[in-house]
Design a protein around this ligand. Sequence first.
Ligand SMILES: Cc1cc2nc3c(=O)[nH]c(=O)nc-3n(C[C@H](O)[C@H](O)[C@H](O)COP(=O)(O)OP(=O)(O)OC[C@H]3O[C@@H](n4cnc5c(N)ncnc54)[C@H](O)[C@@H]3O)c2cc1C
Length: 415
Amino acid sequence: MRILIIGAGVIGLSSAYYLSRAGYDVTVADRHAEVASETSFGNGGQLSYSYVAPLAGPGVVSKLPRWLTQRDSPVRFRPKLSVEQWRWCFEFLSACTRARSELTTQKLLSLSFLSRTLMHELIAAEPSLDFDFVRSGKLVLHRDANAMQSAVDLLAFQRTLGCEQQALSADACVEIEPALAHARSFLAGGIHTPSEDTADCRRFCKGLEAVLRERGVRFLMNTPIDGLKFGAKGVEAICDGAPLAADRIVVASGAGAAQLLKPLGIRVAIYPIKGYSLTFDLQPHITAPHVSITDFARKVVYARLGERLRVGGIADIGGYSLDADPARFATLRKETATLFPEVAQSAASGEWTGLRPATPHGLPIVGPTRYPNLWLNVGHGALGFTLATGSAALLADGLAGSNNRELSSAFVLSH
Ligand SMILES: Cc1cc2nc3c(=O)[nH]c(=O)nc-3n(C[C@H](O)[C@H](O)[C@H](O)COP(=O)(O)OP(=O)(O)OC[C@H]3O[C@@H](n4cnc5c(N)ncnc54)[C@H](O)[C@@H]3O)c2cc1C
C-alpha cells in the first residue's frame, strides 16, 4: 500500500519511520528543500515526558489581564479579526477547568511515557542517529515559596500517574546543576525529574531522513501541496494541478493543518502559537548547564545540545506570521543573563521563531477521518518532539487496523 505523508517535520518523519517499518511503501512530501524547515527546526530541545500539563489550566483565567496588557509577559494575545482565532480562544477557555486539565494531563502522560520507551528503542535500533541526545534529567526552578509549595502539592498527583520526581531546596538544585550557583540566592527550590532527556530536534529529523532514504522511503521536497480534493479514488493531494499517487494520505503538516483540511469540511481546532529560541555557542571555559532547565515563572527552557545552549520560550497568540519582535529576543537574553550570565555574553548563533501547532485542550489529533483514505497526525503544540514517536506508532497501528494499544482511542477525534 502506498502512503503519502504531507509534512517532513518531526511528526511526518516519525510517522514515516513506523509506517515503513510496518512494510508500507512510504513517500514524504514537503514544500521546503530540506526536512525540519519549520517548527521542528529550532525548538527547545526538551524531551519533556513528565511535564505535559496543557497550557489550558485552572490558573489561566486569573492571569489573562496580565497577558493582555504586559509587553514582556511570557504569553501574549494579539486579537485578530479572525473567526478561527476567537473560536480557538473560546474552546481554550472552556478547557481551563481543573477536571479537564487533569484528564488531558493523564492522557498526555500515557502518550509521553510510550514515546519515551519508543525513543529509547529507536536510538538503540538506529545507531547511525547522532542528534545530541542526552539523558540529562530536568530541573524545574521556582523563584517564590508559594509557587514551590504548589509544585510540591502537585507531586503527589503526578506520582499517582507514574512520574518519579523529587522536591529540592535551592542548595540541592545547585548541587545537581553547579551552573546555577549564580542563581542560588533567588531560587525557592526546584523539582527534579531524572528521567527526562534533551536532544536537537532538527538533527533528529536529518538523521531519520537518512535512515528512511536507506530504507527506500521516497522524499518529494520542494513539493507544496496546493490542496486536498475529494476525487474518484477518495481524497487526493494536489500538486501543480495533478494528484500525487497514493492509496492513503497522512496529514502531518503542523501549524498549516487547519487550512489544508478546511476545504474538505474537516475542522481541526489547530491555531499557531508563536515561540522564540536563541542558540548560544559555548566556549569551553563558559559555565553552562548540562541538566535540562525550566524556569517556571518565566516559562523559559534551557537545553544543552553538545557545545550549544538552546534557550526557548514565549507564547504569542496572534496569527500565522513568523516575523520576530526584537523585544521578545531581548527578553530571552535577559532571562538567560539572570540564570547563566556567562552564557548570555556568548555569541548567539541562531535567532529563530516557530509556530506551535496548538489545539485548545492540548491533545494532539492522531487517527482516521471520515474519508477512509485520509489520516491525521497533527496538533502537538509545545510537545511535538516529546510525543513524536508515540503518536507515530499509534498512527501506524491504526492504519494497520491493530488497535492493540488501548491508548489510541484517547487521541482519535471524529472528523
Ligand atoms: C519556541 C518553541 C519551543 C519548543 N520546544 C519544544 C520542546 O522543548 N520539546 C518539544 O517536545 N516540543 C517543543 N516545541 C514544539 C515542537 O517543536 C512542535 O510541536 C513540532 O516541531 C511540530 O512538528 P510537526 O512535524 O507537526 O510540524 P513542523 O515541524 O512544522 O512540520 C510540518 C511540515 O509540513 C510542511 N507543510 C505544511 N503544509 C504543507 C503543504 N501544504 N505542502 C507541503 N508541505 C507542507 C511544512 O513545510 C513543515 O515542514 C517547541 C516549539 C516552539 C515554537
